[in-house]
Write a protein that binds this ligand. Structure first.
Ligand code: ZN
Length: 169
């Protein structure tokens, strides 16, 4: 496995609409493993393929709900993901992005979403997510359409080191 370079704003590739994945081959498996390793090394809770310069509809997410002491990490590789349902209720919170180091933004997101995708072997998946996991899915899936949180943020700011520690990239 390998840690890949993360592409940062304003790199134009972050603004492209990514292509659907059609081959669930060995190269895809290697790419997914490398993306997990890159995300953990950063560290971050989500990473989309355009962030490592691959224009493919693929995201990886690894998130532990730290409000629940017994929570185990939830780990997902989502291929060709689509949000098929969004709650009417929205929540506003501060988020960051590995492609926008040193910045954070106040972003309104749906409180819950349902995501349909394929897993790494091409098997269909349907996930109902709420709270931070729903926020991560919305953020990462936006990357596949060239959308960054700064496009949606009410406010973008440079967090202090203490604030930065609280922000999940
Ligand atoms: Zn991001």
């Amino acid at each position: 496995m390998a840690v890949l370079d993360i592409v940062t704003f304003p790199e134009p590739s972050l603004r492209l609409k990514s292509k659907h994945v059609t081959n669930f081959d060995k190269d895809l498996q290697t790419l997914i493993d490398n993306m997990f390793e890159t995300m953990r090394a950063a560290p971050g809770v989500g990473l989309a393929a355009p962030q490592i310069g691959e224009s493919l509809r693929l995201v990886v997410v690894e998130y532990t709900d730290d409000e629940d002491e017994n929570a185990k990490p939830k780990k997902y590789a989502l291929i060709n993901p689509e949000i098929v349902k969004r709650s009417e209720e929205t929540v506003t919170a501060v988020e960051g992005c590995l492609s926008l180091p040193g910045l954070a933004g106040v972003v309104e997101r749906h409180e819950a979403v349902t995501v349909k995708a394929k897993n790494r072997f091409g098997k269909p998946l349907k996930i109902e997510a709420e709270g931070w996991l729903a926020r991560i899915f919305q953020h990462e899936i936006d990357h596949l359409d060239g959308v960054l949180y700064i496009d949606r943020a009410e406010e973008v700011f440079e967090p202090t080191p203490e604030e930065a520690e609280q922000i999940k990239d």
